[in-house]
Write a protein that binds this ligand. Structure first.
Ligand SMILES: [Zn+2]
Length: 426
């Protein structure tokens, strides 16, 4: 598959060493932490301090570091002589890991020759189907009772290798670039809290875009994603004895149940009837009793404008249902949570041209993906809608669970792609 060797080799052992060391450190995000606790897990800040020490030992100067208040770290690299006019990209990877499982992986390297991989803990099995494309490859897993944390320590390791190689003078000429080791991505706080500490001047300096290293296969680049929205409908009723005072009973939970039923009508597209670029309306939960009930909706669409119609219609239905049951309806929720990354990417075709060429030069026939979820860039685009923010693959699969694995050669290729992309940026 790899036709061209476009870069000096010799980085592989160092890159893997970094990866194994980083995933052994537990930096899982804490979704239950209050919003004002930044980062949600203090281990994330400690991890970034450790990266700072590592880079200082490798020769980085104090003035290259910007430690943001949320615990994230930006490291800035100037251009080498003569390349000051090149575009300046920022590469981003998150140091937190998925919150629902422990991190701190005890890693196992498999010379994969086919079949299921049975991990020693918790009866965890990675089915052969998930591994079918990787026969003959070196696969890294955790032991079955934690995440591996390749999401996104693979991206972190690639960025650290790039930094160390620059500091050691192994990359003789390069344009300016930044590295952003962000925190609490897994609990959606990059857009809510992390971005507020970024200075607009720094973001404006990212003329080469914000390139996330948080995708799966180098065969795909995530260019577009859903816009995400949250609407909470609450009904307030009146509890009473159903036999003796039935006429006083205003059943808020009946209103909630009716609303979810109406939201399942043919008027709306449901997740299990929606694919490709289609939108959907989904109720993630319904709780309550006669006096109070609550329904959470998460409409999803590639078009930001779609939410106005969907949300207005849900509110109209809720208002009508409230009248039927004699209850009061109230609306809240986060509103727009993240936006489709595609519009600013389409405004900056040079970025996709350079990224696709870099993938091609490393031996991939890479396609553009539209993913039916949100990305890191989609959270940043809430505040900075003009910043192109594609997401490239770093070799991680089955993320967000104990069956997560890394394909070492693909992480190495991610490093080669980033190096080649820097060369190609005009
Ligand atoms: Zn991730």
């Amino acid at each position: 598959m790899r036709k061209q060797e476009v870069l000096a080799e010799g980085f592989q052992a160092e890159l893997s060493e970094k990866f194994f060391r980083y995933v052994a450190i537990d930096t899982r995000a804490d979704g239950a932490a209050p919003a004002e606790k930044e980062p949600s897990n203090p281990a994330e800040r400690a991890f970034n301090s450790m990266l700072g020490v590592e880079l200082t030992r490798a020769g980085a100067k104090d003035e290259q570091f910007i430690f943001l208040s949320d615990g994230s770290l930006i490291v800035r690299f100037d251009a080498t002589a003569g390349l000051e006019n090149k575009r300046r990209p920022c590469f981003a990877a998150h140091v937190d890991t998925y919150p629902k499982y422990p991190g701190g992986a005890v890693t196992i390297v498999h010379d994969y020759q086919g079949g299921d991989i049975e991990l020693p803990k918790s009866g965890t099995v990675i089915p052969a189907f998930d591994l079918r494309n990787f026969i003959g490859q070196k696969i890294v897993t955790a032991s079955g009772d934690t995440t591996l944390g390749a999401d996104d320590k693979a991206g972190v390791a690639v960025m650290m290798q790039l930094a160390v190689d620059c500091l050691a003078g192994k990359i003789a000429t390069h344009g300016a670039f930044d590295l952003w080791f962000c925190v609490d991505e897994e609990i959606g706080r990059v857009g809510r809290s992390g971005v507020k500490y970024l200075s607009p001047e720094i973001v404006a300096s990212w003329t080469g875009g914000l390139v996330n290293l948080d995708g799966m296969s180098p065969n795909g680049i995530d260019v577009g994603c859903f816009c995400g929205y949250e609407l909470i409908v609450e009904f307030f009723g009146n509890d009473a004895h159903p036999g003796v005072e039935g006429s006083k009973l205003k059943a808020a939970h009946y209103a909630a149940a009716r609303l979810v039923c109406d939201a399942a009508s043919a008027e709306f597209r449901l997740p299990w009837m929606s694919e490709a670029m289609q939108n959907y309306l989904y109720s993630t939960d319904i709780t309550g009793n006669a006096s109070q009930s609550r329904v959470t909706f998460i409409p999803r669409s590639f078009e930001k404008e779609d939410f106005a119609l969907i949300v207005d219609r849900v509110k109209e239905l809720a208002g009508n249902i409230a009248k039927i049951f004699g209850v009061r309806a109230a609306f809240s929720g986060y509103g727009l949570q993240y936006v489709n990354t595609e519009p600013p990417i389409r405004q900056n075709q040079w970025l996709m041209d350079a990224l696709l060429a870099a993938h091609r030069d490393v031996g991939y026939d890479t396609k553009e993906n539209h993913i039916r979820g949100g990305t890191d860039g989609a959270m940043v685009n809430m505040t900075y809608p003009d910043l192109p923010s594609p997401n490239i693959g770093a070799g991680m699969y089955n993320v967000h669970g104990p069956r997560e694995f890394l394909v070492i050669s693909e992480m190495e290729d991610c490093y080669r792609i980033v190096r080649r992309f820097l060369e190609l940026l005009a």
